[in-house]
Design a protein around this ligand. Structure first.
Ligand code: ZN
Length: 150
């Protein structure tokens, strides 16, 4: 049983099942990596983070799950800003450790599994031939998720 909200969350389990169903194999809870990424594709050298829209403050203005609580706003804005900052630090640390492709899946994306599957397949490449797929999508994969100037 896991009480830690950082691992084994509902969206994370959903994404794991989705990827398994598509034929991908990956590892979870890999020690020694900055921020303990949720899913690690060792041979592809890709990590996937599954973020709750509220806790990680999804920056998409159409996201309905990220809303700030109406009370205790000062407390929440500090706490959530710290989470976002930690996420950014972890991404920087992962890139520094040689993990060039970091895919962030947002909780709200789980409501559209078909679109999510399409996006993940285009970023991960074929489930069968990871080595050939890598070079072509390395740059584009990072663009939507990493904000240089938030
Ligand atoms: Zn969202």
């Amino acid at each position: 049983m896991r009480s830690n909200k950082r691992s084994g969350t509902r969206p994370e389990l959903f994404v794991r099942r989705l990827l398994h169903g598509l034929g991908y194999r990956f590892r979870t809870q890999v020690g020694g990596l900055p921020g303990r990424p949720d899913l690690v594709f060792t041979r592809r050298h890709i990590v996937v983070q599954v973020h709750g829209c509220f806790w990680h403050q999804h920056s998409d203005q159409h996201c309905r799950l990220r809303s700030m609580p109406k009370s205790n706003t000062a407390y929440w804005s500090v706490k959530l800003a710290r989470n976002v900052e930690r996420d950014r630090d972890q991404e920087v640390a992962l890139v520094a450790a040689g993990w060039q492709v970091i895919i962030t899946v947002w909780e709200c994306e789980c409501a559209r599994p078909d679109l999510l599957a399409e996006r993940l397949m285009s970023l991960l490449g074929s489930a069968r031939e990871p080595r050939h797929a890598k070079a072509a999508f390395t740059l584009s994969a990072r663009a939507p998720d990493i904000q240089v100037n938030p």
